[in-house]
Design a protein around this ligand. Structure first.
Ligand SMILES: *[C@@H]1O[C@H](CO)[C@@H](O)[C@H](O)[C@H]1NC(C)=O
Ligand SMILES: *[C@@H]1O[C@H](CO)[C@@H](O)[C@H](O)[C@H]1NC(C)=O
Ligand SMILES: *[C@@H]1O[C@H](CO)[C@@H](O)[C@H](O)[C@H]1NC(C)=O
Length: 245
């Protein structure tokens, strides 16, 4: 009895000393594959880690190809930074953190104005509802951070309107998602992990590098299933935003 109590106290002490009141080192996830996406620029720091929840857009023209082509994406961004494991008071356990995109994908409705109730396509003219925090089970609400969309010239854009930062970036490199990745609501698989970089056009604010990692879902259905035309597939992911100190 006494020794069990001592053991419990020792365990508490160990937890306490492992959680000093300083922020953890934020380490970009690895696919576990033979090579990873390139590291961020040496002088960059993590500006935010977001959960993105939304849709990947595709179009099929079966006369040209049996495979859909990617045409863009729309997502709402939430600030997951305080949930990073080891963050004093608010950090999640590693396993809960690692599955957070999956939890958002399955545990929360698509945060978009849908074209048809129960579908996955968004309203073409008015896709985003008023900003709202992400509520997942009994966790504290995860703060609204901004929107991901493709600009009129098709440039992937992340408007972190809640904190006044912005990324207008181009795809630089990809790695296939790990085989263990969540295949998503339609069971189609997870879209690739991506590195996007600012091309120097002066459209970004405070961010020059973006990673899409730990993706759940988002891969296209075959054109034989969808028929010709546009369609959207739900996904959730982490976006890691880096910029100069
Ligand atoms: C899309 O949003 C616009 C503007 O709010 C609305 O007028 C229109 O009816 C919506 N379309 C659909 C298909 O819900
Ligand atoms: C994606 O498709 C939705 C319809 O589901 C549309 O509202 C949106 O404008 C499209 N966005 C991009 C970037 O393709
Ligand atoms: C990716 O970024 C690196 C470093 O900036 C650059 O050298 C390379 O040309 C880029 N590749 C593509 C495909 O954009």
């Amino acid at each position: 009895m006494v020794s069990a109590k001592l053991f419990a106290l020792a365990a508490l002490a160990a937890v306490a000393s492992a959680s000093p009141c300083k922020p953890p080192v934020l380490t970009l996830p690895s696919t576990g594959g033979t090579s990873d996406l390139a590291a961020p620029p040496a002088n960059d720091v993590v500006k935010r880690i977001a959960i993105g929840h939304g849709i990947q857009n595709y179009t099929c023209n079966s006369a040209l190809s049996p495979t859909a082509s990617a045409t863009g994406a729309l997502a709402v961004l939430y600030d997951a930074t305080p949930l990073y494991p080891g963050t004093p008071k608010t950090g999640l356990k590693q396993a809960a953190w690692d599955t957070l995109p999956s939890t958002a994908l399955w545990g929360s409705p698509l945060p978009l104005n849908l074209a048809v109730p129960g579908g996955y396509a968004a309203n073409e003219t008015n896709p985003f509802p008023a900003p709202a925090d992400l509520v997942l089970g009994n966790m504290a609400p995860i703060k609204f951070l901004g929107h991901h969309y493709f600009a009129a010239d098709t440039t992937p854009t992340f408007d972190l309107s809640a904190i006044g930062l912005k990324a207008s970036v181009l795809k630089n490199d990809t790695r296939p998602a790990p085989a263990t990745a969540d295949k998503g609501i339609l069971g189609t698989g997870a879209v690739a992990w991506v590195l996007l970089r600012d091309p120097g056009l002066g459209r970004s604010i405070g961010i020059d590098t973006v990673y899409r990692v730990v993706v759940a879902g988002g891969a296209a259905q075959p054109c034989s299933v969808t028929g010709d035309g546009h369609f959207s597939v739900p996904y959730a992911t982490f976006y890691w935003f880096y910029g100069p100190k």
